[in-house]
Design a protein around this ligand. Structure first.
Ligand code: UN1
Length: 481
């Protein structure tokens, strides 16, 4: 595939952008430039590097509406969500510019007189970023901002399904005046990313994508002892106890399950609910879900996203049909809207009542499909919660979970017991904030311990150096003298 053509998934007769697959010669040149640029960029004081980030931030702020419109067309997400994604870049740049003055190390106490010991953080080298199509603008900023502030250079390889926002991200950094070779973009499919990851020039790899992609890339990175950060899939649950505020539950589950068309790694894909309140919640969800798409007019509501590609649309439908064959009860949806080739790739917002254990209760769907698992009321609500937590945790992934209850003891028990990197109390599983106390990332097969968009990102983009300064003017032997 030499040429990549991208269509608006909400209106597939509209071409959004065309890109050429980067050749190996072009990639070699980029890799060399990345190494050369690293030599001087890494020596620049971090607050000076922050000034470039601030210029890029201002360009994003000035062009926010235009860039949001491009993103809206590129991956189809509702314009309101696209504006939010551009805002996220501004927030991330603000946060990491502040961090430029706070890449702290440690000073300690030597066991010897007239000797000082400290540990500082230093940049590592050229990074390669492999990113997904669902947050094609913001996720590159999660990686690039800390990488640049820490003094690394990077090459971004955005998803071939939505490369334009990534291309613009790098263009804007360069427009902000970054020295040549500090920020670059390569386009193409998996083999382009793999070529970059394998290169000896590359010292850091950061991937947002599926578990198979993450495993493959991490294996290659491991051969070269490269730092590797992974943000992979999710199978996220919302637990609802009988005492929950059901208005809040309905709003939260609708947003969590159907926002971005369910195409977030944080999307709510299981509702584990006390049977005493399940009928009311499911009925209300079904009524509300019907508002996302007017079937007679073949028109999606402004807050409903199309599916990124026909292949993905078919994959979602196959998973739903398999679930029905396995005994799931279809409450609503369960079908492709239009014929999948007409206006846009829309899938009907779907609710399936499932027994825990069928495939769809364990596998990531990445579409607007909610599996409802009802739990029989128990003698005491804590036993029901234990059962709900067991089901929520009995998956390969560990990204985001939430619970709705007014009981602070049960709520806190769930917060501590969820096996996931993100946990919400009385809020949906999607919509992580960035910076400050918030760190994006998952447990189990969702990742490998790395975190993004908060200060822990510096674990990926810096390495430690311990410096011992002996000013005693004599040989002092540790552990001996
Ligand atoms: C993703 O789907 O890869 O927490 C990221 C959220 C968003 C990020 C999702 N801020 O839902």
């Amino acid at each position: 595939m030499d040429k990549i053509v991208n269509y608006n998934p909400a209106n597939i007769s509209e071409i959004v952008s065309e890109h050429k697959t980067s050749s190996e010669e072009e990639l070699d040149l980029m890799l060399q430039k990345s190494t050369v640029a690293f030599a001087s960029w890494s020596r620049m004081p971090a607050p000076k590097r922050g000034e470039y980030l601030m210029r890029a931030r201002d360009i994003y702020a000035e062009r926010k509406e235009e860039l949001a419109q491009i993103l809206h067309k590129e991956n189809g997400k509702p314009i309101e969500e696209a504006r939010g994604e551009i805002q996220e870049i501004i927030d991330v740049f603000d946060f990491f510019n502040g961090q430029a003055r706070a890449i702290y190390g440690l000073t300690g106490q030597s066991e010897m007189a007239n000797k000082a010991i400290m540990t500082i953080r230093q940049p590592i080298g050229p990074a390669v970023f492999i990113t997904a199509w669902n947050f094609p603008a913001a996720v590159p900023s999660w990686k690039a901002a800390p990488a640049l502030i820490a003094g690394n250079t990077f090459i971004l390889k955005p998803s071939e399904l939505a490369p334009l926002s990534g291309q613009l991200f790098v263009d804007i950094l360069n427009e902000a005046g970054l020295p040549d070779g500090v920020a670059q973009v390569a386009t193409g499919a998996g083999e382009v990313g793999e070529y970059l990851v394998r290169s000896n020039h590359t010292k850091i790899v950061s991937v947002t994508g599926s578990v198979p992609v993450g495993r493959h890339v991490a294996t290659i990175a491991a051969e070269g002892f490269k730092k590797c950060a992974l943000e992979l899939g999710g199978k996220n649950s919302t637990i609802v106890l009988a005492d929950a505020n059901l208005d809040l539950v309905v709003d939260g589950v609708l947003w969590g399950a159907y926002g971005t068309g369910g195409q977030r790694c944080t999307s709510t894909s299981r509702l584990i609910i006390d049977k005493t309140v399940s009928d009311e919640v499911v009925t209300r969800l079904k009524t509300e879900a019907a508002r996302f798409y007017d079937e007679a007019a073949k028109q999606a509501a402004a807050n409903y996203a199309p599916i990124i590609s026909k292949k993905q649309l078919e994959k979602i439908d196959a998973m739903v049909q398999e679930a029905i064959a396995e005994g799931a009860e279809l409450v609503c949806g369960g079908k492709v809207l239009d014929d999948g080739s007409d206006k846009g790739y829309y899938y009907a917002p779907t609710i399936l009542k499932c027994k825990d254990g069928i495939k769809i209760t364990k596998q990531e769907v990445f579409g607007p499909v909610l599996a409802v698992i009802e739990l029989d009321p128990q003698q005491d609500p804590e036993s029901l919660l234990d059962q709900a937590l067991y089901i929520a945790n009995d998956v390969e992934y560990g990204l985001s979970n939430s619970i709705y209850t007014k009981d602070v003891n049960l709520g806190m028990k769930a917060v501590h017991s969820f096996e996931s990197g993100l946990v919400y109390l009385n809020a949906p599983t999607i919509g992580a904030e960035c910076g400050g106390a918030s760190m994006f990332g998952g447990w189990k097969h969702t990742g490998n311990g790395s975190r993004e968009s908060g200060i822990a990102a510096f674990e990926t983009y810096t390495q430690y150096k311990t410096i011992a300064i002996d000013y005693s003017n004599k040989l002092q032997r540790a552990q001996i003298d």
